[in-house]
Each structure stands twice: as structure tokens, then as C-alpha cells.
Design a protein around this ligand. Structure first.
Ligand SMILES: [Fe+2]
Ligand SMILES: [Fe+2]
Length: 242
């Protein structure tokens, strides 16, 4: 992805095969408790899958960083508070972490997905919520612990829950926050990460989406039909990442 209208943090790292990301994202990714889980997404340790399948895991790893990169640019262009930016980027980095619990053969299958396999895939937001709880349990800082278990985990859980047009998990699986400001933040950031996720999936042409080209009009139509109340965010994506 390249081309942007806003100022970007130009500091990037790419030692060996690590994704090119800003220092800000890198510092979050390298929090030991976070890195321990993220690195599982890079190499899942399965012996019986082909190199191609392993590459898909590495693609998932990179995809999480790509979505975090979009979140960072959005946060910087829209003057997010430091707290909201930190939450936004951490949740973006971890949004698909639950895929470590899905058999790579299912994730990389070119066949039509069976009902059984779809059920497995659709569990990854819930698995991600559990992994965030595990990260929270290992964090020492009480503030970070609370943020991870209460807010970031919930955003991860909701990243395929589309407010307007459906999705998963069903609404009764969400933990609606009693505090209105907290609920607003979770809902808002989860919806934006959902959009960045769909956008990145389309423009990266991942294996299960190869037929969709990078035509931005098409991307705009897909996003507008899925997220009809978020036209401004769609325009931000289409105009900043070409
Ligand atoms: Fe996902
Ligand atoms: Fe994703």
C-alpha cells in the first residue's frame, strides 16, 4: 500500500522479514505479553502443513500490522487522544490473533467452505477475546491490564460484528459496556477496524479474494454497502491508500 495525503511517521523497521511499521506500532507489538501472542501468528508451529500454508500465516501476521498502520494514519489525521490512539492500534494489531486457533488448512482452503469449517473460522473473534484476556492477566500495569481486558478484547471480539448489516458473533455474545463513553469508544473503534480489515483484505488480494481487483470505485461500493453510515471513513481509505 502506498500513497497518502497525511503526514506519515517515516520511521520504519524491517530487520529480516519483519513488517515495515512505524516505531509507535513496533513499540506496542514488542510489549513482551503482546509479542508472545503475535509471534504465534507468524509461525504457528504446525509440522504437517506446506510452506504455502505457513506463508498464509505470515500473511495474517502482516495483515494485522497493515490494519494497525491504517489505524495509526487515521488516528493521526483525526486528532485522536493518546489513550484512544493506543487502544485503537493495539486492538488493530491483535484483531485476528484468534486465527491461531483455526486449523491453517481451513484458512487456506481454496474449496467452498463447509458449514463445519465456517463455524470454526467464525469463532476467531471469540478466540481473540480469550487471548486478550490472557495477555491482560500477564500484564503488571493495572491501567494496561484493565484497558486490555475491558476495551481492547471487546474491540477484537466485535471486529466482524457489522452494526448496520449483520456479521458475527451474534449480539448476545457481546459484552455491552455499562459506562456509555466506554461503549461508544468500543463500538466506534470496532467499526473502524472492521472497515480497515475489509479494505485491507480487498486491496491485498488475499487467497480467498483473488477475483477482486484494486479498482477503488469497486472498493468504495463494497465499503458503502457494508458500512452505509461511514461514508467519511470510506473516503478516507479510498483517497489515502491507493
Ligand atoms: Fe477477522
Ligand atoms: Fe482481519
Amino acid at each position: 500500500m502506498n500513497g497518502h495525503n497525511c503526514e506519515l511517521n517515516e520511521e520504519i523497521r524491517n530487520p529480516s522479514n519483519e513488517p515495515e511499521v512505524s516505531e509507535y506500532i513496533w513499540n506496542i507489538a514488542k510489549i513482551p505479553e503482546v509479542w508472545q501472542e503475535l509471534s504465534n501468528l507468524s509461525h504457528n508451529g504446525e509440522d504437517d502443513i506446506s510452506k504455502k500454508d505457513n506463508n498464509n500465516f505470515e500473511t495474517s501476521f502482516k495483515h494485522n500490522f497493515d490494519v494497525a498502520g491504517i489505524a495509526e494514519e487515521f488516528a493521526d489525521c483525526h486528532g485522536c487522544s493518546q489513550r484512544d490512539k493506543r487502544v485503537f492500534i493495539t486492538a488493530a494489531l491483535l484483531h485476528d490473533i484468534g486465527k491461531v486457533e483455526v486449523d491453517p488448512k481451513i484458512l487456506t482452503s481454496k474449496e467452498k467452505i463447509s458449514e463445519h469449517d465456517w463455524k470454526k473460522i467464525s469463532q476467531h473473534p471469540g478466540e481473540g477475546w480469550k487471548i486478550c484476556q490472557r495477555i491482560a492477566a500477564n500484564l503488571d500495569d493495572p491501567e494496561m491490564k484493565k484497558e486490555m481486558s475491558n476495551i481492547i478484547a471487546e474491540i477484537v471480539l466485535r471486529h466482524h460484528f457489522y452494526v448496520e448489516t449483520g456479521g458475527y458473533p451474534p449480539v448476545e455474545y457481546l459484552h455491552i459496556k455499562e459506562e456509555p463513553d466506554e461503549e461508544r469508544l468500543v463500538k466506534d473503534l470496532a467499526e473502524k477496524i472492521s472497515m480497515f480489515d475489509v479494505f485491507d483484505a480487498i486491496v491485498s488480494k488475499r487467497s480467498y479474494n483473488q477475483s477482486i481487483d484494486k479498482n477503488m470505485e469497486e472498493v468504495r461500493d463494497i465499503l458503502n454497502s457494508k458500512f452505509p453510515d461511514q461514508v467519511d471513513v470510506t473516503e478516507f481509505l479510498v483517497n489515502n491508500f491507493k
